[in-house]
Design a protein around this ligand. Structure first.
Ligand code: APR
Ligand code: ZN
Length: 245
């Protein structure tokens, strides 16, 4: 599954970026968005993941997030998350994730850019109030700001909103030797430009996904497997390689 040529690239590399999507958390029991059985199949995206949807029906949106929070609360990081955390023993690693589940941080990764925010944070729709809220289920629906009484919203990025820390993400993508793309359909821009941008700046691009995605058109290595399988094989190969050194 892991070609020797890929191991060779890791032997030379210093800076690694992993750009991750819903697929890396699928094996932790968190559904992906697109495709059959995906989260967007049962919901209208505009209703539950857009500023307009929230203004129209905040209770519906909060119920949707309350359900997701219940599901994510039960989930634990899988081998793919933990291998990425362990790579920090050998490399400068940055994780750029589109996921809001917080599993990379729970797995022990320290440099994590959460482009779409985090489902365990809430923020006020009027003032600057922002806080962690880990109540499962939520106590009041919809929750209100303790400082000004306005509606709180999940601190996540909805359709039509700018993503967080995009400049920082492009900066680390520009400066990496290897860009691993894991479990994303790479359809949501501008984040989906990150691997191409890394490639244009000299990085080796690896796409890990059981399905074909647009990243395969320019990736140096495509591994069509589940994230846990691909990353545990990779880690095993790397450890063998490090022992030889
Ligand atoms: N291992 C690796 N990849 C997997 C696995 C697995 N076990 N299972 C599924 N996948 C892949 C699918 O083949 C698909 O390409 O994960 C990808 C998930 O794609 P999406 O559901 O589109 O999720 P993502 O790319 O993260 O979506 C980006 O879109 O709706 C918004 O804000 C939402 O952050 C999300 C963004
Ligand atoms: Zn407020």
């Amino acid at each position: 599954m892991i070609p020797n040529a890929l191991v060779k690239e890791f032997r030379k590399a210093k800076n690694i970026v992993a750009f991750t999507g819903a697929g890396i958390s699928a094996e932790s029991g968190i559904p992906t968005f697109r495709g059959s059985g995906g989260l967007w199949e049962g919901y209208r995206v505009e209703e539950v993941a857009s500023p307009d949807g929230f203004n129209t029906n905040p209770v519906l949106v909060w119920k949707f997030y309350d359900e997701r929070r219940k599901n994510i609360f039960k989930a634990v990081p899988n081998t793919a998350h933990t291998v990425l955390a362990k790579l920090e023993n050998y490399y400068n690693v940055w994780i750029i994730t589109q996921n809001i589940d917080g599993l990379h941080i729970r797995a022990g990764s320290t440099n994590v850019i959460e482009l779409h925010g985090n489902i365990w944070r809430v923020r006020c729709t009027s003032c600057n109030y922002k806080d962690i809220n880990e109540d499962v289920p939520l106590k009041d629906l919809p929750p209100k700001c303790p400082e000004c009484g306005s509606l709180l919203r999940p601190d996540v990025v909805w359709f039509g909103e700018p993503v967080y820390d995009l400049e920082k993400a492009f900066h680390v993508a520009e400066n990496c030797d290897i860009m691993m793309v894991i479990g994303t359909s790479a359809q949501v821009y501008p984040a989906a430009y990150l691997p191409l941008y890394a490639k244009q700046h000299g990085a080796i691009v690896i796409n890990i996904n059981p399905e074909r995605t647009p990243v395969d058109d320019y990736a140096d290595f495509s591994i069509h497997a589940k994230a846990t399988e691909a990353l545990s094989s990779l880690y095993q190969k790397l450890q063998e390689a490090f022992q030889e050194e």
